[in-house]
Design a protein around this ligand. Structure first.
Ligand SMILES: C[S@@+](CC[C@H](N)C(=O)[O-])C[C@H]1O[C@@H](n2cnc3c(N)ncnc32)[C@H](O)[C@@H]1O
Length: 276
């Protein structure tokens, strides 16, 4: 059974997410940014291993896979999977330019099968673009070893709402108008091509769903994962899951204030879990 969304594949084949500029500038970006500066929690996971096997589902142009491989290649063996052959080709070209030992596989995550089991499964901004996010989580969970980690990023039901409502009000406006509004939210990104790719992904996407931490925790727990931490409380130790289930509702107001202040907040959250 497959839950992949054909419209989503077409959307990304036309213009892949976050691929802009030439290979040279992508190479420089990778050299400049150690991904654990962006995601310190990944660094904490890496520190538990001497050697770590990582897989990134929906890796896109491979910025994360290639960055991990470039900065942590001595301990990390990284594989990226994406159903869009266009991004796999690009990610491979970048990998070859940087002479990395990362691996990229063109596959639908629902039908992906591997002999190898992994220590860390990553999927950022992907599973909410499939026809069944819960089944997608279950599919990628199967690739984890005993005691492996899951690093999962999804759109949040409450945190995402004000952003979606903001752009829904512009339904009768042109794409150009919406893009101008989107640009105003992003004070730090100046590259027009990068901005357009992000805008397209977050505002013009043909299919996305939103999720709560409560719901995602339940799916992970059913798959025999223990919840470790989440971005909703800045990755602090979770004493009681119920507290976060209550607290996550505050994301709506937080996100609303952001939009009112013309600040970027797309409503995204990360859950970290560990397989029993
Ligand atoms: C928003 S992009 C995120 C890319 C990357 N994870 C990042 O953070 O930059 C979503 C990616 O998921 C991929 N994707 C969506 N559905 C998929 C599926 N069923 N199997 C494999 N890849 C999928 C798309 O091709 C796209 O590259």
């Amino acid at each position: 059974m497959t839950f992949k969304n054909e419209k989503v594949l077409e959307f990304y084949e036309q213009l892949p997410f976050n691929i802009y500029g030439d290979l040279k500038s992508a190479e420089e970006q990778i050299k400049k940014f150690d991904p654990i500066k962006i995601y310190p929690e990944l660094g904490k996971i890496f520190s538990e291993y001497e050697k770590i096997k990582i897989i990134d589902f929906g890796c896109g142009g491979g910025w994360l896979v290639n960055s991990i491989s470039y900065h942590h290649g001595d301990k990390a063996e990284v594989t990226g999977v994406d159903f869009n052959p266009v991004v796999i080709k690009y990610a491979n070209e970048l990998k070859d330019k940087l002479k990395l030992n990362a691996k990229f596989i063109s596959s639908d995550l629902f039908t992906f099968k591997s002999e190898i089991k992994y220590d860390l499964i990553i999927s950022l901004g992907v599973l909410h673009h499939t026809n069944n996010c819960h089944e997608a989580i279950k599919s990628i969970c199967r690739e984890g070893k005993k005691n492996s980690f899951m690093f999962l990023g999804l759109y949040h039901k409450y945190g995402r709402k004000p952003f979606l409502e903001y752009f829904k009000e512009m339904n009768n406006k042109s794409e150009g108008y919406k893009f101008e509004k989107y640009k105003k939210l992003h004070k730090n990104i100046k590259d027009e091509k990068k901005l357009y790719s992000w805008f397209r992904d977050q505002v013009l996407h043909p299919h996305e769903t939103q999720h709560t931490f409560e719901e995602i925790s339940q799916v992970l727990i059913e798959e025999k994962y223990n919840i470790q931490s989440c971005s909703l409380n800045k990755f602090k130790k979770i004493e009681n899951l119920e507290e976060i289930f209550l607290k996550e509702k505050e994301q709506y107001q937080y996100s609303l204030n952001k939009i009112k202040n013309c600040e970027y907040f797309p409503g995204f959250f990360i859950t970290i879990a560990k397989k029993e």
